[in-house]
Ligand binder design. Structure first.
Ligand code: FES
Ligand code: FES
Length: 155
C-alpha cells in the first residue's frame, strides 16, 4: 500500500491505496463520492471527469498514487441542491439534463472553462466540452446552458 495525501473539495484527505488503484474507484468506492460516474472506463466518454490542479481529467485513467499532493474537485465540491453552482442552475433552467449520467462531468468541464475564460465563444465552449459525451440531449441544450451560465456571470 502507498500513503497519499491530497486536497479533495477543499478538505485535506489522506489514505492508503494500492499502486494500481484507479482514482475513480477511490472516489466512488472508498470515499463514497458517487457523483463521479463510470461510463466507458477507457478515457472516451468523460463521465468520470474531475478537476485536478485546474485541469479536467478522466479519473478512470488516473492511478490513485498519481494524485499525491494534488488539489481535486469532484461534482460534490461544486454545488448542491440548496446552493447550486451557476452552471448547475443553467443546466436545469434550459433542460440540459435528461438521464443525468453525463451531467457531473459536463458541469465540471463547463465550470473549469468558465473559471479560466468567463466569456468563451462558441468554438471555445465546443472544445472545452468535446471530451464529454451525452447519449440523450443532442448537445444543443448543454451548449446553451454553458452560454447561459457565461451570460449570467457577466451580470
Ligand atoms: S469512464 Fe472515464 S472517460 Fe469514460
Ligand atoms: S443526459 Fe443522459 S447521457 Fe447526457
Amino acid at each position: 500500500m502507498i500513503e497519499i495525501k491530497f486536497v479533495l473539495n477543499n478538505k485535506p484527505c489522506a489514505l492508503n491505496v494500492e499502486a494500481n488503484e484507479r482514482l475513480l474507484d477511490v472516489l466512488r468506492n472508498r470515499l463514497g463520492l458517487m457523483g463521479t460516474k463510470e461510463g466507458c472506463g477507457e478515457g472516451e466518454c468523460g463521465a468520470c471527469t474531475v478537476i485536478i490542479d485546474g485541469k479536467t481529467v478522466n479519473s478512470c485513467l488516473v492511478l490513485a498514487p498519481q494524485v499525491d499532493g494534488c488539489q481535486i474537485t469532484t461534482i460534490e465540491g461544486v454545488g448542491n441542491r440548496q446552493s447550486p453552482h451557476p452552471v448547475q442552475k443553467a443546466f436545469v433552467q434550459v433542460g440540459a439534463v435528461q438521464c443525468g449520467f453525463c451531467t457531473p462531468g459536463m458541469v465540471l468541464s463547463a465550470k473549469n472553462l468558465l473559471d479560466k475564460n468567463p466569456q468563451p465563444n462558441d468554438k471555445e465552449i465546443g472544445v472545452a466540452m468535446s471530451g464529454n459525451l451525452c447519449r440523450c440531449t443532442g448537445y444543443d441544450k448543454i451548449l446553451r446552458a454553458v452560454k447561459l451560465a457565461a451570460e449570467e456571470g457577466k451580470g
